[in-house]
Design a protein around this ligand. Structure first.
Ligand code: ATP
Ligand code: MG
Length: 285
């Protein structure tokens, strides 16, 4: 039988769309099969749809070879899996929060208090490291209502914008962990499975680089070319083509999304005109 790579993704929820989007960006077409599993038509891949809580265990036990899961679940479940890649989505933080009216004066505030959370393992480790004695009240959801109903004095939960905390009269007081989606793998993949994973990783990296970079085209007066080219390192070096209009050139290059606005300002200062910035679909470096 030909080898197939089995990937576990979240069935529905905050990770599902981005996980499926990642596979799509890798050029993988998933047949709309069953609710539990589907197969790709153009890559030897089977997709298992699971609750995110179960993904680390399924990967550790080899039911799935790889999986996409939040770092929070990865750390909480503490299973024997390897982190292979950070695809760059589902960024959030795990924080401690207390009622807004509390006078919070540092971690000692939690000494002797009760904290509600769905992440007891991560929280226990953190409190131990900091030498704080607090009671952990494990609940599986709606953690943010715990202080309001008198279940706990504080909570430890996922925060992204903080609007849920605000709506429940809470304030974030300590960021314990920053989390993002992880591609995890079973540590005992065979040679063929590893080769398939490498193929997938190559595509993930190409999609990631593309997102982090932009293609830029601009017109430059020839006497300013050196200064403009030095601002645009490109992949090897920028492409410079003469314009029909004498004394002008067209410069093509790739710039990092992060440097983008700063570089644009400098290019304009140096006399660049007609600047076009385009998204890149795939980038093989
Ligand atoms: P499941 O039904 O699969 O158990 P869930 O309710 O436990 O789902 P979701 O709320 O769908 O989980 O979140 C899945 C993961 O997405 C979280 O474990 C976390 O890594 C990430 N995440 C959660 N909330 C946010 C957010 N607001 N912004 C970005 N990422 C988030
Ligand atoms: Mg879950």
């Amino acid at each position: 039988m030909n080898q197939v790579l089995k990937i576990a993704v979240q069935k529905s929820g905050r990770l599902n769309e981005k996980s499926m989007g990642l596979l799509k960006e890798c050029g993988i077409k998933i047949n709309n099969g069953g609710k539990l599993m589907s197969t790709a038509s153009n890559f030897p891949l089977e997709v298992f749809y699971l609750r995110d809580d179960d993904i680390p265990q399924y990967v550790a036990e080899g039911v799935a070879d790889i999986g996409i899961v939040g770092e929070n679940e990865f750390l909480e479940k503490d299973e024997q899996v390897e982190v292979i890649n950070r695809p760059g989505f589902s960024k959030c933080r795990l924080s401690l929060a207390v009622r807004r009216e509390e006078e919070y004066n540092g971690l000692e505030w939690f000494e002797g208090k009760k904290i509600a959370t769905s992440y007891p393992v991560i929280l226990r480790k953190f409190l131990e490291e900091k030498g704080i004695n607090a009671t952990i009240e494990e609940i599986s959801g709606s953690v943010e209502i715990a202080p309001g109903i008198g279940l706990a004095e504080g909570i430890f939960d996922i925060v992204s914008t903080g609007s849920t905390l605000l709506a429940n009269g809470l304030k974030e007081v300590e960021v314990v962990l920053r989390s993002e989606a992880l591609l995890i793998a079973n540590p005992n993949l065979n040679t063929e499975q590893k080769a398939l994973l490498d193929k997938l990783l190559f595509r993930i990296e190409a999609a990631k680089s593309a997102k982090q970079n932009k293609y830029i085209l601009l017109n430059a007066p020839n006497d300013k070319l050196d200064a403009i080219v030095s601002l645009l390192p490109g992949m090897r070096s920028p492409t410079v083509l003469p314009l029909a209009d004498e004394g002008w050139s067209s410069v093509h290059s790739v710039i990092k999304e992060d440097d983008f606005w700063e570089v644009i300002d400098q290019l304009k200062e140096k006399g660049a005109e007609g600047i076009l910035v385009c998204p890149i679909e795939k980038m093989i470096v």
